[in-house]
Design a protein around this ligand. Structure first.
Ligand code: MF3
Ligand code: CO
Ligand code: CO
Length: 270
């Protein structure tokens, strides 16, 4: 408890962590990223998202970690799995994946009290050309956002960079969900918007930890949440994609805590 109160909180309510805290985030991030690496072989036509979630649940336990999502606001699963026009927070279920389905798997683990939150795209079989383009743009949008992370820049700089990039490809950025501060908590200030104006918002400082997790739609940006109170879908039923990293601000840029140990965060589909 005392430990949690150490360190500084900015006027915007953002915690500034210490050098030693980076190691905790590295471990948690690595566990989450490794689980996502190990899921690649399991995503095949005919499997179900609840089977994938069961595998993830077992892997979280095998890693000696805890799932951050089981029990979170009543959520009951170790992952969110969002297929095709599902934007985020898809609930694992019995529906079978079909050839060409694209899906985001989002896993958050707790290791020694630190949170590692990451998501990436998968394909059951081979994606269509437009799905492949969507996933590439979404992945690159995340990386463009991370390139804007350095002390002295603002959160608006991150959002503006992502929005500009996505719209230059005539796709749209979802406004209804955002990234978030994290560390020894799952969701903390600030809201990390994936759109906005350069120079606006809180100023980044070394030691801030947060996620960047842009959701990109092929059609319009509007979403709606289904009657299950979780599943967010595109209103126009267009395809949606998302990639998420947990990052820390360093003296001159960003450290990505959730890099893929296997180098397969965004494979190219042929
Ligand atoms: N991992 C998600 C995020 O990126 C949050 C999922 S909360 C859940 O913030 F309850 F839906 F799992
Ligand atoms: Co997140
Ligand atoms: Co997440």
């Amino acid at each position: 408890m005392k430990e949690r109160n150490k360190g500084r909180v900015t006027k915007d309510g953002i915690r500034v962590y210490e050098e030693a805290d980076f190691e905790g985030m590295r471990k948690a991030g690595r566990v989450a990223a490794q689980i996502l690496d190990e899921m690649i072989e399991h995503v095949v036509p005919g499997t179900t998202t609840e089977r994938l979630d069961e595998i993830i649940t077992n892997k979280v336990e095998a890693a000696g970690a805890k799932s951050a999502t089981i029990g979170y606001k009543g959520y009951r699963h170790a992952s969110c799995i969002s297929v095709n026009h599902v934007v985020c927070h898809g609930i694992p279920g019995p529906k079978k994946l079909k050839e060409g389905d694209i899906l985001n798997i989002d896993v958050t683990v707790i290791v020694d009290g630190w949170y590692g939150d990451t998501s990436r795209m998968y394909v059951a079989g081979k994606p269509s050309r437009k799905a492949e383009r969507l996933m590439q743009v979404t992945h690159d949008a995340l990386m463009v956002g991370i390139e804007a992370v350095k002390p002295g820049n603002t959160f608006g700089d991150i959002g503006a960079a992502i929005q500009r990039f996505v719209e230059s490809h005539r796709m749209s950025v979802v406004r209804d969900f955002c990234g978030h501060g994290l560390g020894r908590v799952f969701h903390a200030p600030p809201n990390v918007l994936h759109y906005g104006r350069p120079g606006t918002g809180a100023v980044l400082e070394e030691g801030m930890f947060f996620t960047i997790e842009p959701m990109v739609n092929l059609g319009r940006p509007e979403t709606k949440v289904l009657a299950d109170d979780w599943t967010a879908v595109t209103r126009d039923k267009s395809l949606s994609a998302q990639y998420e990293h947990s990052v820390g601000v360093t003296a001159d840029g960003a450290e990505i805590f959730t890099l893929s140990p296997a180098g397969r965060f965004h494979p190219t589909w042929e």
